[in-house]
Design a protein around this ligand. Structure first.
Ligand SMILES: C[S@@+](CC[C@H](N)C(=O)[O-])C[C@H]1O[C@@H](n2cnc3c(N)ncnc32)[C@H](O)[C@@H]1O
Length: 263
């Protein structure tokens, strides 16, 4: 996924501060119910991009090799993206899609009931792996095991799930660096010790626009993301995906980290 920048213009670097219009936007200060899921999907996921394909393929291979089965799974900050939930599907007894924005929660409920055709190419990527190909009705399975929860990453229960994903959330819910770090910590804490997980973030993001609304971001750097995750996890595999070509200015790359949570 790659987001429309809140403030256009190129030449950004990872050290750039967030746009001036979000000098100190904390997560609680943002009007999340103004998030337009249709506009977001149209811009980010209507066509499967090479960078999302690579992230999905790596996530798929990681979960397929993690000896996971019949697990209680969670995707945090699902927004209007189903591919993290799809990556968990063959191994899930349940998949909780936890999201804070009311408009995204409504969108997720309709998609869990029967998702749109545009997600079929994403499932095709999953189904290139035998562990996923064995699941012949992913749409029906998601409707069976998917549960949409309106909740904040900052209110997640501890040690409640056995596997999880959190994609493009820590970087994109606030302009406050400490909140990004706290979101990563709360996500990892929500998983039982030893749980496999995948976290994706944008690096160097300066804020983004969805439809008519602008949202804040933190221009995270690779080392600080890895340090935040390493504080609560082991066996990390870190992979930076460069945009090919970039969908927009205002970010540098995407970082996918997989691993297992510490006890
Ligand atoms: C950039 S979007 C990422 C959406 C999706 N995961 C993806 O991969 O495209 C950030 C998401 O975080 C959600 N969000 C904002 N604050 C949140 C919070 N406190 N807890 C959980 N989700 C939150 C937003 O509503 C939005 O759906």
């Amino acid at each position: 996924m790659a987001l429309t920048p809140a403030a256009g213009g190129g030449g950004e670097s990872s050290a750039s501060p967030p746009p001036a219009r979000f000098p100190r936007s904390a997560n609680a200060d943002v009007e999340w119910d103004g998030f337009d899921p249709q506009a977001y999907v149209r811009h980010n996921y209507a066509d499967l991009r090479a960078d999302d394909r690579e992230i999905l393929r790596r996530t798929r291979d990681f979960f397929a090799e993690s000896k996971l089965s019949d697990a209680r799974c969670v995707d945090v900050g699902s927004g209007a993206n189903l591919y993290p939930a799809l990556s968990l599907l063959p191994f899930a007894r349940t998949v909780d899609l936890c999201e804070f924005s009311a408009s995204n929660v409504r969108w997720l409920r309709t998609q869990v009931d029967g998702y749109d055709d545009l997600w079929d190419p994403y499932w095709q990527v999953c189904a290139e792996h035998p562990a996923y190909a064995a699941l012949t009705d992913p749409r029906g399975r998601l409707a069976q095991v998917g549960r949409v929860r309106r909740t904040s990453v900052f209110d997640l229960p501890r040690r409640a799930w056995g596997a999880g994903t959190m994609f493009f959330v820590a970087c994109s819910i606030s302009a406050d660096r400490a909140e990004a770090e706290r979101a990563i910590g709360r996500f990892l804490d929500a998983l039982r010790p030893g749980s496999p997980f995948a976290v994706a973030v944008m690096l160097g993001s300066r804020g983004y626009r969805v439809g008519r609304c602008a949202f804040p971001a933190v221009a995270l750097q690779r080392a600080e993301v890895v340090a935040s995750i390493a504080a609560g996890a082991y066996d990390l595999d870190v992979h930076e995906v460069l945009p090919r070509p970039p969908l927009r200015d205002g970010y540098l790359s995407m970082l996918l980290t997989t691993g297992r949570t510490r006890g």
